[in-house]
Design a protein around this ligand. Sequence first.
Ligand code: G6P
Length: 639
Amino acid sequence: MCGIIGYTGPKNAVAVVIEGLKRLEYRGYDSAGVAFAQKGKIKTVRSVGKIGRLEDILGDRQQYRKSGAVIGHTRWATHGGPSKRNAHPHKSGSIAVVHNGIIENYLPLKKKLKDAGYEFLSDTDTEVICHLINHRLREFHFEDAVRAAVGELKGAYALAIINGEEPEKIIGVRRDSPLVLGVGEGEFFLCSDASAFLAHTKKAVFLEDGEMAVITRGGYKVMRTDGKASGVKIPQSLPWSESMAEKNGYKHFMLKEIDEQPRAVADTIRGRILPGGDGINLEEFGLSDKGLKKIEKVLIVACGTSWHAGLAGRFMMEQMARMPAEVDIASEFKYRRPILKGNELFISISQSGETADTLAAQRLAKKAGLQTLAITNVVGSTAQREADAVFFTRSGPEIGVASTKTFTAQLCALYMLAVAVARAKGTIDRRTSKRLIQDLVELPGKIEDILNRKAEMEKIARRHFKKEHFLFLGRGISYPIALEGALKLKEISYIHAEGYPAGEMKHGPIALIDEEMPALFLLPLKSQFMEKIISNMQEVRSRNARVLLVTDGLVTDGQGPAANDEKPAVTGKESLTREQDGEFEAFPAEGVFRVPDANEFLLAALMAVPLQLLAYYIGVLRGCDVDQPRNLAKSVTVE
Ligand code: G6P
């Protein structure tokens, strides 16, 4: 995710900003830049690659000691590939802007500004912002021009803006993207996260959505962009070390990234739904309704967590679009000499877009003449560059080795594709498509609900973290989620964990079951498998195993009736209660986590979240390095 820092104060502002940008490096970036006023004009210096390169271009810092306020940025490409001209800051007249987030309506704004004579020099959405502010300066002073300009923006943004005419001032604005004000002695900062200024001050004001801050050497003020007054903003003292600040106060990137899922999902959906929720906007991906109609089969290829997303994607394609779909592990795909035909859509899924096996499979498909679509989180990655079309998940950089937020974003990408294919093929009607889209829009709020109750999962983890084996069981679309739950646990805690289709349990894994092996069931109550999964649960319980449940069913915390068998049942700490014709039946378990209600496709995404939390808490309780598990790499670029 991009990083922002702005500084005004008596120190060498360019030096302070460069040091601050280095503290933001952990977020991942592909280019960097700074802007400042020099001799009444705005000067920007930008470069692709590491900050060291930017420093080389800037040369001796001493020459900048008399500059006014400085803004700096590390960019992680979203609109437009990584290049010098797309790097921030962007400028227009006396205005320079750095931006984190996505401007949804940048295309119509761009058109309007071009008609008004503004020249665009980049492919970014950000460039509309500086032109808009510059345009408004014709009628307003700086602050009101910013206020008027942001009034036209739709989407998410954290902005830091300077004006060559008022060289000591920086204006910051926040909507759906974090911005924090650092308050020092005669010096002030505006940053995307506090780690950038902690070496100078620990006093901070966290801006709220819709707020605007103005900083000068003399002080700061915060107000709302809609003209209303903000409440009193007293700086708080941050009890953070610099390394904690990188993680925004979190102990681990993994938990931070788990918590970022509502935003990652919302950003992945943002701007991709047609007005009124009436379909998916396919233009961005280079796909059209006409093109989709011609597709006869979908081939999905990926590795690791992305492969699990692919398995769930197959379910969505088949169920919603009645589209034949195959899923392969990339390292197997090419060696089985697959029979590939035209009119098949090849989808590669790769968080990094650099996994060697996935790229090899994509190349093979392309060579065979298939249309290739890459679902990836990294703009400018090889998968993107080599594919015919691309669907970016917009999760921001994922630093924890174990994928979390990119997985849920991949599920959303596949869901949107399945809805689009289903609509193009006519397997769902307009009303159903609208309902499915509305369900997706509600997903971030539901994930938030789960995250607000993470203490419940921590409690379950405390009960079971000493176990050496775990079984994860699910059916239908919950099966890949069971696989993902098992993978997360083994990656993070080194516990032996297996994911299995619950119906297959009797064909082997049941032999392993005893009181030392917790079996975690994914139980969507409205699914066609509900009765069958409940039978599997009973089979496991009657062998004294510890049953854990993730369900959308009714959960009671009482001591439900023990399992109806002769052996003394494991006392349930919680139970799942089910009502049938006025009769209540309770299934005791050693831990039940309830997820909000959702359609079966999105329920799978919801169920993944408590499993990530379970792996995280167990890993922490066992003293494991959850962000960098032994022997694993974030991106596997060799075969
Ligand atoms: C590695 C990572 C996994 C990831 C897999 C595929 O094994 O540790 O977390 O799922 O690669 O990576 P990709 O970037 O292609 O999604």
